[in-house]
Write a protein that binds this ligand. Structure first.
Ligand code: 3HC
Ligand code: NAD
Length: 308
């Protein structure tokens, strides 16, 4: 079966100063996603700086990364303790943590942000970095739901801007959505795809549409599950069991919502319901809003739809 690519149309012409190979990476935001992305970048031989405003978050993420690298090493080097040790040491040696990006920005090939899902914050950060980073540096966002074009408008380099959307848990999930905006140059897009492959991910090309591919389908499904329980049609536990045993999903929608973070789910729904008020699939949920107000954010705070 042959598909005709919708992506045959290419972006603007290339920027001459771009360094096509991404070797030095800065990941902004050291939470759930940022830590996972930084880990995989370090494991695959990239020099990485993981930046967060909170030293406490960085310390927690560092410990989580060390644990996760051990799990990966155990899997990749089953009967080779020496190889596993070397892999762990070289991965950790590739990683730096910092509370500011300033120094690393001077030589970075890629700045990928994974801060909270907030347009104003993402724009503010890229406007600042734009003043410091050299011309070659590609900027990208790991946003789940915000328009990449709008984030990119805060910088003077929309031709060197795109979306790199990873999935949680990053060390395990094999997909990377590579998103181009109309201004993204071919050279930038190709460099992002090549980096995705160097990160050992399978890449898919996406346009800058709400939720790209996966979240456009997944988030309405998660919200339908919440509405089903809000109506009293079934319990969260039974919906999860049903989707695992009846549809073969590794996690039910409530387990997955807790895993992703209920705050992230809410940020996505807030943005989409404001932007598309007539779309019933993007309607707000009182239950979700109440849980987030009570700081029941899922696995990360110890309670969401389940207790951890
Ligand atoms: C909203 C956003 O924008 C987009 C998103 O990210 S949407 C969310 C996408 N993610 C999903 O849908 C996740 C669905 N869940 C799953 O795939 C699985 O439940 C799961 C991979 C998370 C865990 O799998 P499960 O079998 O229950 O647990 P577990 O046995 O601990 O782990 C499976 C394997 O992954 C490895 N693993 C799991 N978490 C890991 C981690 N953080 N680091 C390294 N390895 C890990 C384990 O070592 C194990 O390896 P093995 O099979 O060789 O023993
Ligand atoms: N959670 C998921 O499953 C998932 C999956 C794919 C994409 N995403 C997207 O990735 C991004 C991050 O999500 P997350 O789940 O990792 O969130 P998170 O809350 O775990 O982490 C966000 C981090 O950003 C940090 N931060 C806030 N302001 C900052 C600043 N000015 N400078 C540096 N760091 C700052 C916070 O301290 C926090 O540690 C969001 O855009 C989200 O939509 C999330």
């Amino acid at each position: 079966m042959a598909f005709v690519s919708q992506f045959a149309r290419r972006g603007l012409s290339t920027s001459s100063s771009l360094n096509a190979k991404i070797q030095e990476v800065i990941v902004i935001g050291g939470g759930l996603m940022g830590a996972g992305i930084a880990q995989v970048a370090a494991q695959t031989g990239h020099k990485v700086t993981l930046v967060d405003i909170s030293q406490q978050v960085l310390d927690k993420s560092n410990a989580r990364i060390a644990e996760s690298i051990k799990r990966v090493a155990k899997k990749q080097f089953k009967d080779d303790a020496d190889g596993a040790g070397k892999f762990i040491d070289s991965s950790l040696a590739n990683m730096n943590i910092a509370t500011t990006a300033n120094e690393a920005l001077l030589t970075a090939d890629l700045v990928l942000e994974a801060v909270v899902e907030n347009m104003a914050l993402k724009q503010k950060l890229f406007a600042e970095y734009d003043q410091i980073a050299p011309a070659k540096t590609i900027f990208a966002s790991n946003t789940s739901s915000l328009p990449i074009s709008e984030i990119a408008s805060s910088s003077s380099r929309p031709d060197r801007f795109g979306g790199l959307h990873f999935f949680n848990p990053v060390p395990v999930m094999k997909l990377l959505e590579v998103v181009r905006i109309p201004e993204t140059s071919d050279e930038t897009f190709d460099a992002m795809v090549a980096w995705g492959k160097a990160m050992k991910k399978m890449t898919v090309d996406c346009k800058d549409t709400p939720g790209f591919i996966v979240n456009r389908l997944l988030v309405p499904y998660l919200m339908e599950a919440v509405r089903l329980v809000e109506r009293g049609d079934a319990s969260a536990k039974d919906v999860d069991l049903a989707m695992k045993l009846g549809a073969g999903h590794p996690m039910g929608p409530f387990e997955l919502a807790d895993y992703v973070g209920l705050d992230t789910n809410k940020f996505i729904m807030d943005g989409w319901s404001a932007r598309f008020p007539d779309e019933p699939l993007f309607r707000q949920s009182e239950m979700l809003n109440k849980m987030v107000a009570e700081n029941k954010l899922g696995k990360k705070t110890g309670e969401g739809f389940y207790k951890y």
